[in-house]
Ligand binder design. Structure first.
Ligand code: ZN
Length: 1252
């Protein structure tokens, strides 16, 4: 180290090993300060930092310590940290310039470079949209590129830096692959950005000026513009967000191992910020931020702890053990924050329209105005905050964890930006609309207009009439229509008005009383909201809720005798009698003739429950309709005059349909009427709904809500349940239960709805469709092939088994929705051929008979760009369903050929197969193939595909393939016999201890143990209790399988973080001894108990261990608050408990004798899983409890009397049941698919890690 004092040495010398070696073994002293500097006035390094009032962050003194600074004698400020992956040293330095001669090694890692490399843009690149690059930098990058940065105080040379700008920070990095920056400048502290000579510009903060040099003038100007945009009008302290370091959760000085001076470290929400010192912190100039969603914190030694991220390990040393605890706690909280936060955001975004800012349309908005029910981006959120909390209550989806109650989340999912904007932004002039790139000025104006003035909102019909508004609010909060409540509130209804009811005096209490928690949530968020004050003042005519208008109509109709059953047979003219009919004063009457004054019969309009219009010529009279009465009678009327028929249908419908459902009358319905129903929001009480069936669309008005349409061919499920009493319609996001209040009309509704939901013919649009308007059959086949067939050689070229293909086609035709393609059950080549056959036989074809030849002639166009635009033109001429289907198919084929190394189906091969199929030609004409080849090859430009999205899709597919490979090593696909090969470890989990064992369905743990021991030639001695353990690394728990327990179900039940291990059960002897000395298997006593309390379903736990008294007997485990309590707090059936040894350390068990208990109830209707923890004071206590559990569960049979060997039986044929296990559910949205893949790995983050 002596050499460092000599002036000739280059500015910085890295001597990692040396530095490592000089570290003091006494952590209490400054470890990195070599002892040789005793002659220098050695200060506490913190003081050094505080004294540092140089106005330059780069601190040039550190280059020339002898000249400039006496109190910083040691210029070796590098930190040596072992790189996580390669065991290589990487270095961190708080000082930029110190590292400049060492570009390649600092902050490096192999892990993310690929990821980043694929994302960054050329230096001039401006990102078109926020890009999610890696999980550690979630904020959208506004601009990034290479710049030269001037070191401080006039040094003449520049350093090349990779510079990134997001809304909050300007960050600069050594290179474009680094995750952790060299420096960050908070944009909130930037006071000015100006161009200076050459191609330079200055970024000015109150205390410092940073000079950057661009490569060109254009580039420089661009930087200046975006920086000015970004910093203009920002007020450092008022726009403070919860994740800002200015609102820290914990802060102070921490030493980074190997670094001489301490760093001022700030934990704020889900991030950790590092600053050189507290002064820098105050002026918003830091070193780097660490996103804690990828962090892990581990205590290492007394005052030390490691913060590990995939990119590097930060080894911190706190000032005392006690402070270490606090730092660790704070950082762990930050991790919890980061993880749970994403959960809220991701849940909110599950409603598609919530993934775009409600105000400007920016992607993935992370903020919300919780009273206005809009999800907005960060920049818009800033303007919302400017309106003040009395108008907009702004919260973060990612940071304000506590505010996001289940109800609030549900409100946001139910409403969604799109529906809410149908109110807030019903009348936005295009010239005023925002875009993601609108400037702050425009945003402020628009958001003020929208919410403060309510300028663009859709006026409620009752606007201006306070009494009626309040009244309507009181009525509406009793039903589930939250949007109407929003509209009422923001059109002036008073949320604090009196309902006039003593027991429920306010709308809030009324909503609660009617089990409308979402209504209550919305109201309670607006109890003191300042309502929009429109500047447009005008007289609005008050409109009242009106009673149905009186209808009157009369004329001759032909009528059959009324009956109590459905009419299935054709009624000839002779069965009808001519009647004079009148509709008057809400009564429909029929008379012998128009001369009679006493009707033969009458039906009150209020008794009519359904009116069905029969298809023409069903009966003897050409035009007929049926009326269903409340008392379950059916009346059939007919006429030959279509106009008269129409008139009657209209008039009768009008007489019994209430004003609230009045728009139904304007439809050309086949059937209209009322039914009782329930939906997902309130299953306790059913309500009256008014329905009209038109083609394959069911129009509905439920209670007082707005009309909605249910597209029957797009339903996820349609079934009749509970002995034909409930019709269940499942569509995305909700389930509607229609109840059979009366048998007669209900049965006919069911028939009609089912018919309407089936595929209506052989054209594309007549198929059952997905939400995105793709035929279910296409969606299912593509999904299946994507999951199971992409690696299958010759996919789409090989033919399937004809009879099976035909059967599949038929099943799809009958009800595509109900068919689930399953691996094992269905063969890849059968499915691929089913898809081909569907397109080949499609009436009108995918390209429509009208345009098919034009598509083919486009293929002959020579000029590529002309050709592409011709395709685009044709694409836009296709009917919507055809277009969506074509895009889905080409997207799929594009993916197939991307994996052609595995499946051998390259672009050309696919085109040869699909050309004649899609154009329905005989295959002699090669233009069909050429057209398909074009479509696949130019897929991204013809369909204007978002490349990022496509890239993600391909990554996902790669992940699926990898996952399947992983699964197939763990549970290799079923062999002919239907058993699995699994990896079992002997004594220790390491490669050399691996055994691959075939596991037939019938294999018991004892058999597995014997098999493995046999292979290794291990003889079992007396009192050696070799057991097979189920070990979960993630939960840090293990459980010996009972010797008779079947192995295969265990393998199926656990994820990739668990494994099987054969090792001795050392406590078994003690347990058997304990049980032998005891009369009955029961036990009671104190244990410490802790529950896995789930925050937002994430399984993040909170709380701690508490003493509880337990009684365990032959059928249940009961928990009492204390010994004297006479009623148990909890009571679990022992047979549903799985008890594991060990409690994960994260939960801080008070003793090391812990048990993890999993309670699983597999009741059909409500499967349940809970996990909780017990801690005993001593090891023997724990063994006794554990032995008692086992003894009860296995009837005292803990170990075979004559040893394991004797339990072996000759193997029977393997259990074939497991042959068809579908590893990954195949149907459902992309999201579901992703979730199920993730669920399979039992670790939702694992998949994302894999993708990376
Ligand atoms: Zn926005």
């Amino acid at each position: 180290m002596q050499k460092e004092q000599t002036p000739q040495v280059p500015p910085r010398i890295r001597t990692p090993q040396t530095v490592e070696n000089t570290q003091s073994t006494q952590p209490d002293t400054h470890p990195a300060v070599p002892t040789r500097i005793v002659s220098q006035p050695l200060c506490d390094s913190r003081l050094v930092s505080l004294d540092d009032d140089s106005d330059d962050y780069e601190d040039p003194d550190l280059f020339y310590p002898a000249v400039h600074r006496l109190n910083t004698p040691d210029r070796e400020m590098t930190l040596q940290v072992p790189g996580e992956r390669k065991g290589r040293y990487s270095s961190l330095c708080s000082d930029d310039e110190m590292l400049d001669d060492d570009e390649s090694t600092q902050w490096q890692d192999g892990g993310i470079s690929n990821q980043q490399g694929s994302v960054y843009l050329p230096s001039s690149g401006k990102l078109p949209a926020p890009t999610k690059e890696d999980s550690s930098q979630l904020t959208a990058v506004i601009k990034m590129g290479w710049l030269d940065k001037n070191p401080p105080q006039g040094a003449l040379y520049y350093q090349r830096r990779w510079v990134k700008l997001d809304v909050d920070y300007l960050r600069y990095f050594d290179n474009d692959k680094d995750v952790y920056s060299k420096g960050i400048i908070s944009t909130a502290f930037i006071t000015n950005v100006t161009s200076v000579g050459e191609v330079k510009f200055e970024v000015v903060t109150n205390n410092r000026t940073f000079i950057f040099r661009a490569e060109s003038e254009v580039e420089r100007n661009d930087w200046v513009t975006v920086l000015q945009d970004c910093t203009r009008g920002r007020q450092p302290r008022s726009t403070m967000s919860p994740s800002s370091p200015l609102t820290p959760d914990y802060q102070g000085y921490l030493e980074l191992r190997g670094l001489r001076s301490k760093l001022y470290t700030v934990v704020a929400s889900d991030k950790v910020f590092l600053y050189k010192n507290i002064e820098d912190y105050r002026i918003g100039v830091g070193i780097t931020t660490i996103e804690m969603n990828v962090g892990n914190v581990k205590e290492t030694d007394r005052r030390c702890f490691d913060l590990t991220t995939p990119y590097r390990i930060f080894s911190f040393i706190a000032e005392s053990e006690q402070l270490r605890e606090q730092w660790v706690d704070a950082m762990r909280d930050a991790i919890g924050e980061a993880l749970s936060n994403r959960e809220v955001a991701e849940r909110i975004w599950a409603e598609p329209s919530n993934s775009l800012c409600a105000d400007c349309g920016a992607l993935k908005p992370e903020w919300a105005a919780i009273n206005l029910c809009v999800v907005v981006c960060k920049r818009c959120a800033g303007e919302h905050r400017g309106l003040g909390p009395s108008i907009s209550k702004v919260r973060s989806l990612k940071m304000d964890r506590k505010v996001w109650t289940e109800e609030l989340i549900q409100v946001f999912l139910l409403l969604g930006n799109e529906r809410v904007n149908s109110f807030w932004a019903a009348n936005v002039p295009p010239s005023e609309a925002l875009t993601p790139s609108s400037c702050s000025e425009e945003r402020r104006r628009f958001i003020g207009n929208k919410y403060r003035q309510g300028k663009y909102r859709k006026y409620h019909p009752l606007y201006g009439n306070q009494g009626e508004l309040n009244n309507a609010l009181c009525i509406n909060v009793q039903c589930s229509d939250v949007l109407e409540t929003l509209s009422l509130i923001f059109c002036g209804a008073d949320v604090n008005c009196s309902t006039g009811m003593a027991s429920w005096p306010s709308p809030l209490s009324l909503a609660n009383a009617h089990s409308q928690p979402l209504q209550a949530e919305l109201i309670s968020r607006n109890l003191n909201t300042e309502l929009p004050r429109s500047e447009v003042v005008g007289d609005m005519d008050p409109i009242h809720y009106s009673a149905p208008t009186c209808v009157s109509h009369n004329g001759f109709l032909f009528k059959t005798a009324s009956m109590a059953r459905a009419i299935t047979e054709r009624k000839g003219k002779e069965e009808f009698s001519r009647r004079w009919c009148t509709l008057n004063d809400g009564t429909f009457s029929y008379y012998e003739s128009d001369k009679n004054s006493n009707p033969n019969g009458a039906l009150k309009a209020s008794e009519i429950v359904c009116l069905a219009v029969e298809p023409p010529e069903k009966h003897g009279y050409d035009h007929t309709f049926e009326l269903y009465s409340e008392s379950e009678r059916l009346y059939l009327f007919g006429t030959d005059d279509p106009d008269s028929h129409k008139e009657w249908v209209k008039s009768i419908a009008k007489s019994f349909i209430p004003a609230t459902a009045e728009p139904l009358l304007r439809l050309g319905f086949e059937r209209i009427g009322r039914l009782k129903c329930k939906d997902g929001l309130n299953l306790q009480t059913s309500k009256v709904g008014w329905f009209a069936l038109v083609g394959s669309t069911l129009h509905a008005y439920l209670a007082d809500s707005q009309g909605e349409e249910i597209h029957l061919r797009k339903l996820n499920e349609l079934s009749i349940q509970q002995d034909n009493e409930v019709l269940v319609l499942v569509e995305r996001g909700r389930t509607l239960y229609i109840e059979g209040e009366r048998k007669l009309d209900f049965a006919d509704w069911c028939t009609a709805i089912q018919a309407a939901a089936g595929s209506g013919g052989d054209t594309l649009s007549q198929q059952q469709l997905t939400e995105t308007d793709i035929p279910v059959i296409v969606h299912s086949c593509i999904g299946y092939i994507t999951q199971c067939g992409l690696t299958s050689e010759g996919i789409y070229r090989k033919s399937g088994v004809n009879s099976r293909v035909a059967a599949l086609c038929e099943r799809f035709r009958r009800d595509a929705r109900s068919l689930r393609l399953r691996e094992g059950e269905h063969q890849v080549d059968d499915v691929s051929n089913t898809l081909k056959r569907f397109f080949r036989e499609l009436e009108e074809g995918l390209f429509t008979s009208k345009d098919a030849s034009t598509w083919l002639s486009a293929a002959a166009i020579q000029d590529e760009s002309m050709k592409i635009s011709q395709y685009q033109l044709l694409l836009n001429r296709l009917p919507h369903v055809n277009k969506a289907t074509l895009q889905a198919l080409i997207n799929h084929l594009y993916c197939v050929q991307r994996f052609s190394e595995m499946n051998q189906m390259n672009l050309h091969n696919l085109a040869i197969v699909f050309g004649p199929t899609l154009f329905q030609t005989d295959g002699k004409d090669f233009t069909a193939g050429r057209a398909i080849e074009d479509l696949i090859q130019h897929y991204t430009s013809i369909f204007e595909v978002d490349e990022q999205q496509l890239k993600r899709q391909l990554e996902e597919i790669t992940a699926i393939i990898r996952m399947r490979e992983k699964l197939s090593t763990k549970f290799p696909s079923t062999e002919p016999g239907g058993h699995f090969i699994c990896t079992v470890y002997l004594e220790e989990k390491k490669d050399t201890a691996e055994q691959h064992v075939k596991i037939p369905g019938s294999m018991t743990a004892a058999e597995l143990i014997c098999e493995v021991l046999d292979r290794r030639n291990i003889t079992v001695r007396d009192k050696e209790y070799w057991s097979c353990w189920e070990i979960s690394d993630k939960e840090e728990m293990e459980r010996p399988l009972h010797y008779q327990e079947r192995v295969l179900p265990i393998l199926h039940s656990f994820g990739t973080d668990s494994h099987l291990l054969i090792k001795k059960h050392v406590a078994m002897d003690a347990m058997i001894g304990y049980l032998a000395g005891k009369g009955d298997a029961s036990k009671h006593g104190m244990m410490k108990f802790r529950e896995e309390r789930s925050i937002l379903g994430l399984g993040l736990s909170s709380g701690s261990f508490h003493d509880r008294y337990f009684i365990l007997n032959s059928n249940s485990l009961r928990m009492y608050k204390e010994v004297r309590s006479n009623r148990p707090e909890r009571d679990w059936p022992v047979k549903n408990l799985k008890v594991y040894l060990g409690v994960k350390k994260k939960l801080r068990p008070p003793t090391c004798w812990g048990l993890t208990v999993v309670y699983e109830s597999k009741k059909q209707e409500k499967p349940e899983r809970q996990q909780w923890y017990l801690c005993c004071d001593t090891q023997s206590e724990m063994r006794e409890w554990y032995a008692t559990f086992l003894s009860i569960q296995y009837d005292g049979d803990l170990w075979p009397q004559d040893g394991l060997q004797q339990t072996r039986v000759s193997r029977v044929l393997p259990d074939a049941r497991h042959g068809n296990v579908s590893l990954i559910p195949l149907r459902g949205s992309e999201n579901e698919m992703r979730n199920s893949v993730a669920a399979f790995s039992q670790d939702p983050l694992a998949l994302f890690r894999d993708v990376r």
